[in-house]
Unconditional design. Structure first.
Length: 455
């Protein structure tokens, strides 16, 4: 009996799973393996919200495999060490894994390839497992990656995604030891409303989205209170859903909403291809603007107020509190709070990116870091000095204040659009609110940023 290993990383599903599909074709038996990587823990990327969601994902994956006669083999330790142990224990001749783009993933793949060579075992890294198109599939004539989204998207549309695979009917797993998958209940410090993880929950949410949400996406995706986005990003991050399958299914639905949704999936691919070409952009400026970010005690206090949702600007505070409560934030809100931190407060984007990674279930290097750089003007934005005014954003995307009232209960009784400018309330009414004064004057903050940029 021949044996192959399917090493799961950020592709925790059985539907349209190229890694598992290839391993099943290559051998009589397959070890579906997930390693709880000590390196990720040391790097601080296993934040409680993601760890809890991951526990759900592994339980769901194990259940899907058991329905097909198999099971998930879970190990804890260094990934390379644990994979080599499984190879020696089972006599596996091939290991299959999804290709990554982060510096950590690329280094892990290189170390694994070197170690397996000594065991006479082949490593196969598969593209387009976590993205719709693999990074590097489309490139400009003059370089190794696209630095502007619009021309990238045109080429992306022309390329077309691969055909999605169905789920396997059966998975035969050899005798090999593994641990019980972790449980969400064992994780401390989890935000109150982190959603249920796993492929089963993901596919239910996808079905509901395609049936009743996607048609209105183009018109409503920026509506903060309407909550009309798919909320599929955590499931994409953990690979509970295939981006290629989503592109195909949205394409079959058709219409402006589906086209706008597919564009967002291409935006996700865009950042993966940027990071694949420039791994250092995870923590270094993609485009150095010569910023001398504000520092000192006053800035520290303002940044902490931003983290806690106590800036005095209700729409900013609502967004930051949503993040802390759900481990997720509306996309429009992500843009405005990032602009507020980096341009109005003129604080280093890395402070914001780090805070987001400490709470976001969907937080990964490609999308989190490069979206932060886009907002800060050090990334791929073709208008790097644009500043989003939170009051203008609130008037456009939360005109009645429903989003603010949900997340900032101190202001729940303030009527109408006045909720966005509580400092203008009558003195007696203002004094009764347990809500802070603004940490910065918007015009002064904007002027400081533009002077610093020489704009």
């Amino acid at each position: 009996m021949t044996v192959a290993v399917a090493l799961f990383t950020s592709d925790l599903r059985v539907h349209d799973q190229p890694v598992l599909h290839a391993a099943l074709r290559a051998a009589d038996q397959v070890v579906p393996l997930f390693v709880r990587d000590d390196g990720i823990h040391r790097a601080g990327f296993d934040a409680p919200n993601r760890r809890a969601f991951l526990a759900d994902c592994l339980a769901s994956l194990d259940a899907e495999l058991r329905e097909r006669g198999g099971r998930l083999v879970v190990r804890t330790g260094e990934t390379v060490d644990q994979v080599c142990r499984v190879v020696r224990e089972t006599g596996a001749h091939e290991v299959h894994v999804a290709a990554g783009v982060s510096g950590y993933a690329l280094g892990r793949e290189q170390r694994l390839r070197e170690a397996l060579t000594g065991l006479r075992c082949a490593l196969h890294a598969h593209d387009a497992v976590v993205t719709a198109l693999p990074p590097g599939r489309v490139t400009p004539a003059s370089g190794d990656h696209f630095a502007v989204f619009t021309p990238y998207f045109r080429r992306w549309q022309q390329e077309g995604v691969r055909t999605a695979h169905g789920a396997p009917r059966s998975v035969d797993v050899p005798r090999v030891k593994g641990e019980k998958p972790p449980r969400r209940s064992d994780v401390a410090g989890v935000s109150p409303e982190v959603p249920e993880g796993g492929e089963t929950a993901a596919r239910k949410r996808l079905t509901a989205w395609l049936r009743s949400g996607i048609a209105e996406y183009e018109d409503r995706h920026d509506d903060l209170a309407g909550d009309a986005t798919s909320r599929l990003s955590p499931y994409l991050h953990f690979g509970c859903l295939s981006a290629a399958e989503l592109v195909q299914r949205a394409g079959r639905k058709g219409g402006a909403g589906a086209e706008a949704f597919v564009r967002q999936l291409a935006w996700r691919d865009f950042h993966h291809q940027v990071l694949a070409a420039r791994p250092a952009a995870s923590w270094s400026d993609y485009r150095d603007r010569g910023d001398r970010w504000s520092t000192g005690a006053a800035t520290d206090r303002a940044v902490e107020a931003w983290r806690q949702g106590r800036t005095g600007y209700p729409v900013v505070d609502a967004a930051m509190r949503q993040l802390r409560h759900e481990g997720w934030m509306h996309n429009r809100a992500r843009l405005l709070v990032a602009s507020f931190l980096t341009k109005t407060l003129y604080a280093d984007w890395r402070l914001g990116a780090e805070h987001f990674l400490s709470l976001l279930v969907d937080g990964d290097l490609a999308n989190n870091q490069l979206n932060w750089q886009w907002a800060a003007g050090t990334g791929t934005d073709t208008r790097p000095n644009r500043v989003l005014n939170p009051l203008t954003q609130a008037r456009r995307f939360d005109p009645r204040g429903a989003y603010v009232r949900r997340w900032v209960p101190e202001l729940a009784d303030v009527a109408g659009a006045a909720v966005h400018r509580p400092w203008r309330l009558p003195e007696a009414e203002r004094a009764a609110l347990d809500y802070p004064e603004p940490v910065v004057d918007l015009a002064a903050g904007r002027d400081r940023f533009l002077r610093a940029r020489g704009a």
